[in-house]
Design a binder for this molecule. Structure first.
Ligand code: SER
Length: 313
């Protein structure tokens, strides 16, 4: 950590941004972390906040220069289910936003970028279990296509223009501080809220749909670890596989029943089932472990206990 680090988090009010901003401010100081989103939110009361549109390169450049920003975390994106409904917007936001930030680093206005990729870069022809870092990808969703293209561009900017961009392929993320929006893995957050409120949940994926998942504290830890790693340790400049837990709706429901014995779940798969079926069930994150020491802390039980404790309060 440099004492001079000034960080901009774009998409700061989203599921990841909300928690990441808190953690970054703990580490770097409130005034050194600028939150920004497309619209004004309560976050504006907590510290520096800018309303900015990542699609507007000029506006983005202005915010970065005015605050003397040297690191950008670019979290603004349309997720898998939403992007299927608005394919052109999904592509434009996910790609143009990335180019605008990559170009700031190419022009040496900023020094380091974090950009999230996803398990959605994989597709139906990818090995489903313990999916390797380097393998057949062929994503079949708009979101996955945009993330795979983004990975290629990150690596390209790294080699061609010496841009220090770092990335993780997040699995489905589960947390209690913020709501997910528009993803296929969102059920794994909704299920907790419904279990506590109504003791019942209708799941939009089928009972045995196993997907790679992760508890938010692990995801935040991985994000900050890769950003703080020495540059020469970050060998993969497209995006790293990241693994936490893998489970199905049935398995998480069983775990929740240990806390709420009369909880019941039913299944009504919708269009998101097809997206989930195209993704891996578990991920091999050994490159991340080897290169910069990745190790998750939460398993299904520990995550469920923690979610229950915090959501009940
Ligand atoms: N959680 C994301 C989604 O479901 C995957 O990156 O879209």
């Amino acid at each position: 950590m440099h004492t001079k680090d000034k960080i901009l988090v774009i998409g700061s009010s989203g599921q990841i941004g909300t928690e990441l901003v808190h953690k970054l401010r703990d580490i770097y100081g409130v005034d050194n972390v600028i939150a920004s989103d497309i619209k004004n939110t309560n976050q504006a009361k907590e510290g520096p906040f800018e309303v900015a549109n990542v699609m507007d390169a000029h506006q983005l450049g202005e915010v970065v220069t005015r605050h003397n920003v040297n690191q950008v975390y670019l979290l603004a994106a349309l997720l898998s289910a939403t992007a299927e409904k608005m394919p052109k917007l999904g592509w434009e936001l996910n790609m143009q936003g990335l180019f605008n930030v990559l170009d700031l680093a190419k022009e040496k206005i900023i020094e380091r970028i974090y950009w999230p990729s996803s398990i959605a870069v994989f597709g139906p022809n990818t090995p489903k279990n313990n999916t390797p870092q380097f393998t057949v990808m062929e994503p079949s969703t708009v979101y996955g296509i945009s993330k795979q293209a983004g990975e290629r561009w990150c690596e390209y900017y790294f080699h061609k223009y010496n841009v220090d961009v770092r990335s993780l392929r997040y699995p489905g993320l589960i947390g209690w501080q913020s709501a997910p929006g528009g993803g296929t893995t969102d059920y794994a957050v909704h299920i907790f809220h419904e279990a506590i409120k109504n003791k019942t949940y209708e799941c939009f994926l089928s009972e045995n749909t196993t997907l790679p998942m992760m508890y938010m504290p692990d995801a935040i830890k991985a994000t900050i670890e890769i950003m703080q790693a020495d540059a020469d340790k970050v060998k993969v400049r497209s995006s790293y596989n990241l693994a936490g837990i893998s489970f199905s709706p049935k398995e998480i429901a069983e775990e929740i029943k240990k806390h709420i014995p009369d909880f019941s779940i039913s299944y009504k798969p919708d269009s998101r089932q097809q997206i989930a079926d195209s993704w891996p069930q578990s991920i091999d994150a050994s490159e991340a472990s080897k290169d910069w020491g990745w190790k998750p802390e939460y398993d299904l039980k520990r995550m469920t206990d923690d979610m229950m404790k915090n959501l009940k309060q």
